[in-house]
Design a protein around this ligand. Sequence first.
Ligand SMILES: Cc1ncc(COP(=O)(O)O)c(C=O)c1O
Length: 356
Amino acid sequence: MKKNWFEDKVKKFSSIGGYQKPELIQDAVKLDSNENYVISKQFQNDILSSAKKNSDIREYPLGGVERLIATISEFVKMPSSMIGVGNGSDQILDLILSNFASSQTKVLTSNPTFGFFEERCKLYDVPLIAIPFLDNMKLDIKDFLKQSEKADILYLDSPNNPTGFQFTKNDLQKLVKSFDGLIIIDEAYGEFGEYSLANMVKTQENLIVVQTVSKSFGMAGLRLGYFIASKKFTTAFMNVLQYPYPLSTLSIESGIEALQKPTIMRNAVDEIKTERKRIIETLKNYDSFKVFDSKANFVLFDAHGSYKRVYSALTEQGISIRKLGKIGDHDGCLRVTIGTKEMNSKFLLAIRDLLG
Ligand SMILES: Cc1ncc(COP(=O)(O)O)c(C=O)c1O
């Protein structure tokens, strides 16, 4: 019966966990979602005011995406014809998966990988070949090269969320060159890392490099992601797969304003990297923690048996971090976003009060 078919589908979808958002804690020191508070509220207010002046929301944003793409093109120094946009990089990843992947296409990735990506693979019944992180939260490129024959799609977040790991440029380039399926390199945290693979897109037609303003520009609420890929893929994506108006007028205009001020972003990224070093070094002073190196705007550490206690004690003091639990051989993983100096000091002080 037709009705049963619908009910079965709803039942199947209900059985999938879906992406787990962090707990909503009022007025928290928010270090749970890899957002960027080093970019000031004033900067964002100025951007929004200018964007508002250029917006008429009675109209569909006809021509807006094209102007935004021209600005991104200058920012990433790649031709406009090789740039596409989406409602957050989440939506770009989802559109690629829903149109190119199926139960017949195997995705090679790491375990763990970006949670949203993994959830969407579950939704579309896409099988994963997931290479686990080693004891020191590193990956071995040889494992990927070995498995690459069996996979149709390669997805890597570089740097990886939640570990902060990034392959050396040489290693990742080697893997990308040898893989002949579809390659998605997710550089959501690219600005905090060591390098970008965006340039490889010029010579490698099967490569899509996905980036976002959510992390580096501190504009997660804008929902603005973009990708760099071959002209052929980009044209098909933007003309056929993407919605006619994927971004709101305010997102388009704000994106254009922000991307013209890269120095503000670069200064914030530098400050976050300095603070990342301070957090890693301070956390390493506690024998009860194992702290992992990070190339992103967050730090992963294993608090072993006491991770739930550490998480709850921080929550009680209004400090929200991410509780992850078991990752590989590490059973008490917590992930803390690098915030402003003040936010980070509050976090470190609370840890000292608890364990010091
Ligand atoms: C690896 C990775 N990719 C993509 C995203 C999503 O970014 P956006 O805000 O552009 O949708 C995130 C957000 O946490 C992420 O961690």
